[in-house]
Design a protein around this ligand. Structure first.
Ligand code: CR1
Length: 872
């Protein structure tokens, strides 16, 4: 490429080439120029927000240089590219992460030096922190200015965010594709104990972390009809789809820096905008206003993220979002491929596309359409390319989360795609029929089209399986479960090798180094890794094991925890209008018991709060039968139960659980008799940036889903990485966490997934028998103890256990849950050394759960992709 540009021009470009800042002084120069030029402000009106913006612009300038080089390098090497399609990227804040990842040096010689440059080991963050301090700002306050990029609901979206971090860190030529929602997940307010949703207009201030590529505009069609003129009567031949409505997809790019590498990958998010084409028929009929309004509706496609976690609603706008995003992304991918001038048959050698759940399954159909209708490939040749390109990750076995689209709605919006799906299904079923002639029900069971009333439906998970060469679950237990339940027939059809497992992971850069700088420092000092190489090779953490029983080390470890608990107590105080809920002086002896995640019946926050009520009632009983408060404290030592999480706006039961938690807190927190031995806190608006404060502060966290329901969980890994212990069921990744850290270091309880069906069956056909303990709790709730003005307020919750089959098996697990909680108390309060040892050993053995390991597994076993390393 270079040789096409005249020598003289190249010399001038080279002479004025942009340069990265490398010292605190150079950073300050950049900062000031951004304040003055980019923001048009000055020393005299530069507030924290402006300081945040100037810092971000400066850091971004560094990233952009590497970003451009990375893209050039990846194009020049022309190796296989990976595209991660996800409707959600729950990125959180970008600035601190970018600063941490800017650290480039891995060489031994600089280790231990204090000279502050970006290439002097563990100092990128310190350097900028100091530089900002000298400019008159507090680093933490500046970071606080950034709004979370909250373009996701929960685990699935945050997983995608960890994955793009690890793909860049591993130097994989990989892009993420998603949507640029104007409103991310709603902000949660708690008013009188109830969740109230308010809009999250995160783009209120200019967003320095995105680059609008206004030159990249892809026209996307909807509705219309299929014109068979070019194909005649023959099926499978190319046809024209005449779209009835057209919008433009505009690209917005976010740089994704890898850690200690100059690789900066791209996250491309699409935004919808109207075309400039004008509807003359409307105009001529004098309907100018309507014609403009219709155009404006285009923007609604990317206006808002659907706020459901593990639940699909089947709304037309959602399907529009999905097609808009898949079509734009594929257009982009195909365009890039065509520039290479390779034959179509090499498409799967050059490109791997990962489907994050079934949300992007339309991409399978769209690629087939592009190849057959536009590129005129033979149907079977095209389909071979398609299936070699795609792979699908399943994230749930829960029926209500599995996507199905009624064919009426679907066919109106995407008439040609519906035809293609019918054809895909026809060939698939034909092959199945040939192979399994004796199994008469099989065809109906596996058909992509479900014969449902009132209307036939497209089963998107089945389409994703048929259109992919690999299907993976997200933890061992889950991957086994999908093979024996929802996808059982497909294992029979394709054989077991199409189905595989890649256990989820999390990025240690954000979830250790960024969220818990004190622990990160203690670790790097202790294992003598001042350049933080353990963040790339987490097996180095095993060196901590030999300090697990070392008293001095334990005490340092405990001090870090204490610091983080105080930091959380400060946050809680701030959110509580400046009033402390937790006794400050006793924080060291108060067990912080945390459950933060989306509110869901299957995750069983209700069981947690029932347990809290049981504890409270037991304390009160002791007091009323004459025990002293010291005796109560002996049995029920200091504890604060902390909850956080959003409910889907339309999920009645989840909202009721939130209200119950808050109502219970109101009663317990005000009860002077129990002398602050027990507190209940609900932290409003749980999000990524709050998680970074909450997770490092846990002594204990709760991962207590009904066995077989939580596909993996990822916060369980985050808590362990921060030295928190887990109380959990034998579910999702808890199983592998136990294997890695050792069963002595986790508190497991409850029924196993293989018993769930039988237990549910029993509840259905014999009425539910409540254990005495739970019965007492439910009676007290029903008496109105927590809702005196409306005693039946929580009836739906208590009835669901008592009379409606207790689907989530709270009654079956309650006693073992309570007993395990009491065991936790005993270890925490009676044998702190044993507790600390468990905590240290957990961190020492958490390495497996780095998302770097996941990405390597995906690359090796699914994508067949290699890193493209920057030249050194
Ligand atoms: C699962 O519920 C898992 C994440 C990421 C969620 C959770 O256990 O950790 O995915 N599933 O794999 C989901 O959102 C639509 O399904």
């Amino acid at each position: 490429i270079d040789t096409m540009i005249p020598l003289q021009s190249r010399e001038i470009w080279n002479k004025h080439r942009v340069k990265k800042f490398n010292t605190g002084d150079e950073f300050q120069e950049k900062f000031i120029s951004h304040v003055e030029w980019t923001l048009a402000r000055s020393l005299y009106n530069c507030d924290d927000l402006a300081a945040y913006q100037a810092t971000s612009e400066s850091v971004r300038d560094n990233l952009v240089i590497d970003w451009n080089k990375t893209q050039q390098r990846q194009t020049a090497r022309d190796s296989k590219r990976v595209y991660y399609l996800s409707l959600e990227f729950l990125m959180g804040r970008a600035l601190d992460n970018a600063i941490i990842n800017m650290q480039t040096d891995t060489s031994e010689k600089d280790v231990g030096e204090t000279k502050e440059t970006l290439t002097s080991g563990n100092t990128s963050r310190e350097m900028i922190k100091n530089a900002i301090g000298q400019l008159g700002f507090n680093f933490e306050d500046v970071l606080e200015q950034e709004p979370d990029a909250a373009l996701g609901n929960g685990g699935l979206g945050r997983l995608a965010a960890c994955f793009v971090d690890s793909m860049a860190t591993g130097d994989y030529p990989a892009w993420g594709y998603g949507l640029r929602y104007q409103y991310g997940i709603f902000a949660q307010k708690i008013i009188n104990g109830y969740q109230v949703e308010t809009p999250d207009y995160w783009l209120n201030f200019a967003n320095p972390w995105e680059v609008e590529r206004s030159e990249i505009q892809v026209p996307i069609n909807f509705y219309g009809y299929v014109d068979r003129a070019q194909s005649g009567s023959s099926t499978l031949a190319p046809v024209d789809w005449i779209g009835g409505e057209r919008v433009l997809a505009v690209a917005y790019d976010m740089p994704i820096p890898g850690f200690k590498t100059s690789t900066v990958n791209n996250l491309r998010l699409w935004s919808a905008k109207p075309t400039t084409e004008f509807d003359f028929s409307k105009f001529n009929s004098g309907d100018y206003k309507n014609s403009v309004e219709q155009q404006q509706r285009a923007e609604s496609i990317t206006a808002v993220l659907y706020p459901n976690d593990n639940f699909e609603q089947g709304k037309e706008l959602r399907l529009k979002q999905q097609y808009f995003w898949c079509a734009a992304s594929l257009h982009d991918i195909v365009r890039r491929f065509k520039k290479s001038r390779r034959p179509w048959s090499e498409f799967p050698d050059q490109i791997a596309i990962q489907l994050n759940d079934t949300h992007p399954t339309l991409a399978v159909v769209e690629l087939q359409r592009v190849l057959v209708d536009l590129e005129k490939l033979d149907w079977h040749e095209a389909w071979d390319i398609v299936t070699k390109t795609f792979a699908y990750t399943n994230h749930t076995v829960m029926q209500e989360a599995l996507e199905k689209w009624p064919i009426g709605l679907f066919g109106r919006l995407l008439p040609r795609h519906l035809e293609i799906i019918f054809d895909i299904n026809w060939f698939f079923l034909k092959a199945v029929e040939e192979k399994f002639q004796h199994d008469v029900d099989l065809l109906g069971r596996v058909s992509i089209i479900e014969e449902a009333s009132p209307e036939r439906q497209i089963r998107m998970a089945f389409l994703a399986i048929v259109g992919s060469h690999k299907v993976n679950g997200v933890a061992e237990l889950h991957s086994d479960l999908i093979k024996t339940t929802i996808f059982q027939d497909f294992v029979k059809i394709y054989g077991p090798n199409k189905f595989t497992n890649v256990t989820n992971g999390i990025t240690p850069r954000r979830w250790l180094k960024q969220a818990n700088p004190k622990l990160a420092q203690l670790i790097s000092d202790t294992i003598d890794d001042r350049a933080d190489n353990y963040l790339l090779d987490m097996s180095k953490l095993t060196a901590l094991a030999k300090f697990a029983e070392d008293e001095t080390f334990q005490s340092k470890w405990n001090d870090v925890k204490q610091f983080n608990k105080l930091r959380l107590a400060d946050l809680i105080k701030k959110l509580n209008g400046g009033v402390d809920i937790i006794e400050r002086d006793h924080i060291r002896n108060t067990l912080f018991d945390i459950q933060v995640k989306r509110i869901h019946e299957y995750k069983r926050q209700q069981m947690n709060i029932f347990g809290v009520i049981y504890r409270y009632l037991s304390m009160k009983e002791m007091l009323s039968s004459g025990s002293s408060i010291e005796e109560v404290a002996e049995k029920y030592p200091r504890k604060v139960s902390i909850f956080g999480g959003k409910s889907a706006p339309g999920y009645y039961m989840a909202k009721l659980i939130i209200k119950l938690i808050n109502s219970v807190g109101d009663v317990i927190n005000k009860d002077d008799e129990i002398k602050d031995l027990l507190k209940v806190v609900f932290i409003p608006d749980y999000n990524v940036s709050k998680a970074e404060i909450i997770i490092p502060a846990s002594d204990l966290s709760e991962h207590i889903s009904t066995a077989g329901t939580e596909a993996s969980g990822t916060s369980n890994m985050k808590f362990v990485m921060n030295g928190g212990l887990i109380i959990g069921t034998v579910d999702g990744a808890n199983v592998e966490i136990t294997r890695e850290i050792g069963e002595d270091n986790i508190f497991l309880f409850g029924n196993l997934s293989e018993n769930v069906d039988e237990l549910r069956f029993n509840h259905q056909y014999h009425s539910t028998k409540l254990p005495e303990s739970l019965n007492k709790v439910l009676n007290v709730i029903e008496s109105g103890a927590f809702s005196p003005e409306n005693p039946s307020e929580f009836k739906a919750l208590t009835d669901s256990v008592k009379y409606h089959g207790d689907y989530y098996l709270v009654s079956d697990d309650f006693d073992s849950y309570v007993a395990t909680q009491e065991l936790v108390d005993q270890v925490y309060h009676k044998d702190k050394a044993a507790w600390l040892k468990k905590s240290i050993l957990s961190v020492a053995n958490v390495g497996f759960f780095s998302s770097d390991r996941c990405i390597e597994e995906y690359a090796d076993t699914i994508w067949n992709a290699e890193p493209v390393k920057p030249e050194t």
